[in-house]
Design a protein around this ligand. Structure first.
Ligand code: ADP
Ligand code: MG
Length: 887
């Protein structure tokens, strides 16, 4: 017998589980041992030693190793060993960098891993899908991925999309009854849910019958493509740039070597110098450092509760010019409290805050008794047409499920209505809420077998479906003037920033069809709920900060126009003459027409997820880089189309998370702002170390080139060049990647996404500082060499020290876009430490006798440091003053 052929009770028996209880801890543990983790095992891990070896397959490293070999063969053992050690250390650094990047990506994967709702020991809990075991009772809502293969035990209009398995993209309606047929294919097993398929509508509960590789998906897992890391635009651009730089560096190096040989210098010396120079000057590690900087940035974002799913998003974030954000839950707390009822044509006010169950009802400032006509009815129906539960933990009440529904439970509790009262009714059918329908219905049967449809939803959606109203004890036809009165009440509540929900009923007989199409009409209006959802405290400031950073914030909501506008005004999001557009207006507009007014529009109300796509397109046509948030299944297309798709970590569905490039762990708008700020910062930091590295390289090449042109001896020996490449160019560059943003970072318009790496004067800065670094090093060399021509090692040591110091001073200049004095030069503690340790290593190489023969150095007398200090400060100081004069 197959699972789909068995009745639910049979399935549960076989798996030793009750759908009301779930598994217990012991069972879970046993089964995890028996079946392993619920994972598809398709990816292979690269072993560590291979990662280490990979560091040496680099072309330049191979050249270096060849040079070592030649040096060894020629009997230059000191050179050979020194180069060997440097190559090894270089490899180790590369290895650790890669490890770090890998680890942070792994952590990311873990953070964005899919979760599952399971029932264990009678309690619903959210666990990583990986920990689901056979026999678990799981609940799936629209937008979720089915966590394992399950036999459906309950379906609320649940539909799944199984194209990943069957190729069929039409949704399949799921039910719980056994199918007594043999040899059914997966697509015909309509009472089964399959791992990895998507719930597109409704919700359902199922018992897990297969996990991991023992699922239908597991059987075809080998067919699934492994996701490969694609380079980000910046990495790609740098890789291309790198190719050009390699050619330039090689040409210059060749020039140095040829000049040297022509001047009669020993060929071996020139060869080794050429190789080291090429190794030092070619920024072959640039893309790798960029990756490290990006993944370090990603880690910082995690600490700020933003999970980046695609590395490229880090770059795009810095260019965002519009944020389209959901209102409910992202800008607001999503903690609803019913504050007002409209019942029997009167406004009734409700006291009490949050989910606290204490509160009273007031009419004209007088307390209303619980037997007030229809009050009990309205509140009871609100708890029946409901998908959440009110829970208590350590004396504090909270909601499990939709907060809008939760608010209705709390309101009912204020007159003492409890779940027990609901148990007198049996729910026969549920048509779930979604943002397109903007309403939810249930059919209930009371103790006497009488059936009732209860519908609640957006008032402007419900009213057209309403023909009657409840007045005192009677049902009467809803007249035009009654409708006007209700509409006024809706506007009135919405103007006070209240979220409005209407509730209505329709008596049914057992003969009536339960077909969706016939149900939600000819309703009898009962009343309106008005609930507040306070804005999150930090949102107002975040919107303001974005505005100063040239980023426009737009509110998108399914809520009523007036509610949305009122909250938008509170948040200072909607200016005096800003436009508010409604979904029905969007319907009548083409994308072009929308483009014309979109820059003046700040709020989109009563929209459905489809409208979001149109909004994204219109903004993009206008040249904007759009960040768009979403949580439901239907938001996925718009999220995909936007430049930065953002999903919700808490209330988001799996589909939107998969479509998004950024997940907000706290669902908070302010987190988007933090992520953008971080995104800008990371890009600036990358610019900083490109600036530093390339200027250093230019300096290194030029000092050698100048010396050859002037027919001087080599100012630097090969190991010194390699040392500079490793130490001076290594540590400080990484520290620049950890720099904090400049103070004015969020006071400037977003970066133009088309701008090149060298824009905003970066190219000039690199070349001018590079030339200066080369020049001062050469001068230091020449001055010393002229005084003591017999002691070349001494002059070389001075040149080496000047080069290193000039770079180490210049690195502080790289922290600021304008002048080094714009900010405390020593504000980056990592950089200070990196520079100090570089200086320490420099002193060791110069003054520690055992190392002197290896690095061709000699101890410098104190007086030389004056010369070195003065010269090495020039490249930085010269421009610092020049600029401050100008300003
Ligand atoms: P948003 O998330 O932007 O506030 P929704 O699509 O969730 O928009 O809600 C739109 C409207 O649908 C709300 O203004 C409310 O009137 C109604 N609504 C929201 N949640 C529910 C629910 N659980 N049941 C019935 N109606 C709801
Ligand atoms: Mg909502």
């Amino acid at each position: 017998m197959k699972w789909y052929q068995l009745d639910v009770e049979k399935v549960e028996q076989k798996l030793h589980v009750l759908s009301s209880k779930g598994l217990n801890k012991k069972q879970v543990e046993e089964r995890r041992k028996q079946y392993g983790e619920n994972e598809l095992k398709s990816q292979k891990h690269t072993p560590r030693w291979l990662i280490f070896l990979k560091q040496f397959q680099d072309f330049m490293v191979i050249v270096l190793l060849a040079a070592t070999l030649i040096a060894g063969l020629l009997g230059e053992y000191v050179d050979a060993i020194a180069i060997m050690i440097i190559v090894l250390v270089n490899g180790l650094i590369g290895y650790f960098q890669e490890q770090k990047a890998e680890k942070s990506l792994e952590k990311l994967k873990e953070l964005s891993a899919p979760m599952a709702n399971v029932l264990r020991e009678g309690k619903w809990e959210k666990i990583p899908s990986r920990e689901v075991v056979v026999g678990d009772i799981v609940r799936m809502n629209s937008g979720d991925r089915v966590p394992a293969d399950v036999r459906i035990t309950k379906s609320n209009s649940m539909e799944t999309e199984e194209s990943a398995l069957t190729g069929e993209s039409l949704p399949v309606v799921k039910h719980a009854t056994a199918i007594r047929k043999d040899h059914l294919d997966a697509q015909d097993q309509t009472n089964m849910g399959f791992m990895g398929t998507l719930v597109t509508r409704g919700s359902g509960i199922g018992v897990v019958v297969g996990t991991g590789m023992n699922t239908v998906m597991g059987q075809i897992a080998s067919l699934m493509a492994n996701t490969k890391k694609t380079p980000t635009p910046l990495e790609r651009r740098l890789a291309e740039l790198g190719k050009i730089l390699i050619v330039v560096a090689l040409l210059l190096t060749a020039l140095v070597v040829v000049l040297g040989v022509l001047e009669g210098k020993p060929t071996y010396d020139m060869f080794l110098a050429g190789v080291s120079l090429a190794v030092a000057a070619i920024p072959e590690g640039l893309p790798a450092i960029v990756t490290v900087a990006l993944s370090l940035g990603v880690q910082r974002m995690i600490r700020k509760k933003a999970i980046v799913r695609k590395l490229s998003a880090v770059e795009t974030l810095g260019t965002a010019s519009v944020i389209c954000s959901d209102k409910t839950g992202t800008m607001t707390e999503n903690q609803m409290t019913v504050k007002e009822l409209f019942l029997n044509g009167k406004h009734i006010y409700v006291s009490g805050d949050g989910y606290d169950i204490h509160g009273d009802f007031f009419l004209n400032n007088k307390k209303v008794e619980t037997d007030y006509p229809n009050l009990r009815k309205m509140l009871l129906y609100g708890t029946l047409c409901n998908n959440s539960s009110l829970m208590v933990k350590k004396g504090k009440y909270f909601i499990d499920g939709d907060p809008t529904d939760g608010a209705l439970l709390v309101a009912a509790r204020k007159i003492g209505l409890k779940p027990i009262d609901e148990e007198k009714f049996k729910i026969i059918k549920e048509i779930p809420f979604d943002s397109d329908r903007k309403r939810m219905s249930v059919i209930v049967e009371d103790e006497n077998g009488k059936r009732l449809l209860i519908t609640k939803g957006a008032p402007d959606v419900l009213l057209p479906r309403t023909s009657f109203q409840l007045k005192d004890k009677n049902r009467e036809v809803l007249k035009k003037e009654d409708k006007v009165k209700i509409e006024m009440a809706i506007k009135d509540m919405a103007n006070n920033a209240l979220r409005t929900i209407a509730i209505g009923i329709r008596p049914l007989t057992t003969k009536d069809t339960l077909d969706d199409a016939f149900l939600e009409k000819e309703l009898t209006f009962i009343g309106l709920y008005g609930m507040i959802d306070p804005p999150r405290k930090e949102v107002k400031a975040a919107i303001e900060e974005c505005r100063q950073a040239g980023i426009k914030t737009v509110m998108i909501t399914g809520d009523h126009v007036n509610t949305a506008s009122a909250i938008a005004r509170n948040l200072n999001l909607l200016p005096e003459n800003g436009l508010v557009l409604e979904g029905h207006q969007l319907n009548q507009m083409s994308v072009e027409e929308l483009e014309d007014i979109i820059d003046d529009t700040y709020v989109f109300a009563r929209v459905t997820p489809e409208h979001k796509l149109k909004i994204v397109k219109a903004f993009q046509e206008k040249g904007h880089i759009v960040a768009m948030t979403g949580d439901g299944v239907n938001d996925a297309p718009a999220i995909k189309a936007s430049d930065i798709g953002i999903s919700m970590g808490i209330n988001g569905t799996d589909v939107t998370k998969e479509a998004s490039s950024l997940v907000l762990m706290d669902d908070n708008f302010a987190t988007i702002k933090s992520a953008i700020k971080e995104g800008r910062n990371i890009y600036e930091n990358i610019r900083k170390f490109i600036r530093y590295l390339l200027a250093s390289n230019v300096g290194e090449i030029l000092v050698m080139l100048f010396a050859m042109l002037l027919a001087l001896p080599l100012p630097l020996v090969p190991v010194q060049i390699l040392w500079v490449n490793l130490v001076t160019d290594g540590l400080p560059a990484m520290a620049l990647g950890l720099d904090k943003a400049e103070e004015n970072a969020m006071k400037q318009p977003p970066r133009n996404p088309k701008e090149g790496v060298f824009s905003r004067g970066l190219g000039f800065k690199i070349i001018s500082r590079g030339i200066l670094i080369g020049l001062v090093t050469l001068i230091a060399f020449m001055v010393t060499y002229q005084n003591t021509p017999e002691n070349l090692v001494y002059a070389q040591t001075v040149a080496f020290t000047t080069l290193v110091m000039a770079q180490l001073i210049h690195v502080f200049d790289c922290r600021a876009e304008n002048s080094i004095f714009d900010r405390n030069p020593f504000g980056n503690i990592y950089l200070v430490v990196a520079v100090l340790s570089s200086i320490l290593l420099l002193l060791v190489v110069i003054y520690w006798e055992p190392l002197q023969p290896i690095f061709h150095t000699t101890s410098l007398p104190l007086k030389d440091w004056l010369l070195i200090g003065a010269l090495s400060a020039i490249p930085t100081v010269l421009f610092a003053f020049k600029r401050s004069n100008k300003e």
